[in-house]
Design a protein around this ligand. Structure first.
Ligand SMILES: [Zn+2]
Ligand SMILES: [Zn+2]
Length: 147
């Protein structure tokens, strides 16, 4: 394990496909999961969306703040690059947290997705082949999340 100081100082870079939008986020994600809901499938075009959650103020845009496509409301929305369409992160939980789309991270985060959520609406053509806990919708309680 790295020391707490190292962990708290580490920043991760992330960017969209075309590079017009870039961000920095602390490597201190509180949780991470693979979401199989239909919204996450559509916004990413994938079978599921691996995302990692952290307090909103711990993520900052380092480039392209004027190049965003915001889909949704002020306190709950998806943030895309206006040019290439990449989903970078979602603002959730009344604006208090962001869910970073882990595929846009440039650097490797310490966290790994620990469970599958919204498996109840999973794409029928996709089979989950790992042994991570599965939840029909949200994680029912904190017990299985981070121990
Ligand atoms: Zn872009
Ligand atoms: Zn979802």
């Amino acid at each position: 394990m790295t020391s707490q100081e190292n962990a708290s100082n580490r920043m991760l870079a992330g960017k969209c496909l075309c590079g017009a939008v870039q961000y920095a986020v602390a490597d201190e994600f509180i949780y991470a999961a693979n979401c199989h809901c239909s919204n996450c499938r559509r916004t990413t075009g994938s079978a599921f969306k691996p995302f990692a959650g952290i307090e909103r103020e711990r993520l900052s845009l380092t480039k392209g703040e004027d190049n965003l496509l915001i889909f949704g409301e002020e306190t709950v929305h998806d943030t895309h690059c206006k040019t290439c369409g990449s989903l970078l992160y979602s603002v959730v939980r009344d604006g208090a947290f962001v869910h970073v789309a882990m595929g846009t991270l440039v650097d490797e985060p310490a966290i790994r997705p620990t469970h599958h959520i919204f498996v109840g609406s999973k794409a029928k053509w996709f089979a989950i082949t790992d042994d991570l806990p599965k939840f029909e919708e949200h994680v029912v309680n904190a017990e299985g999340a981070d121990g």
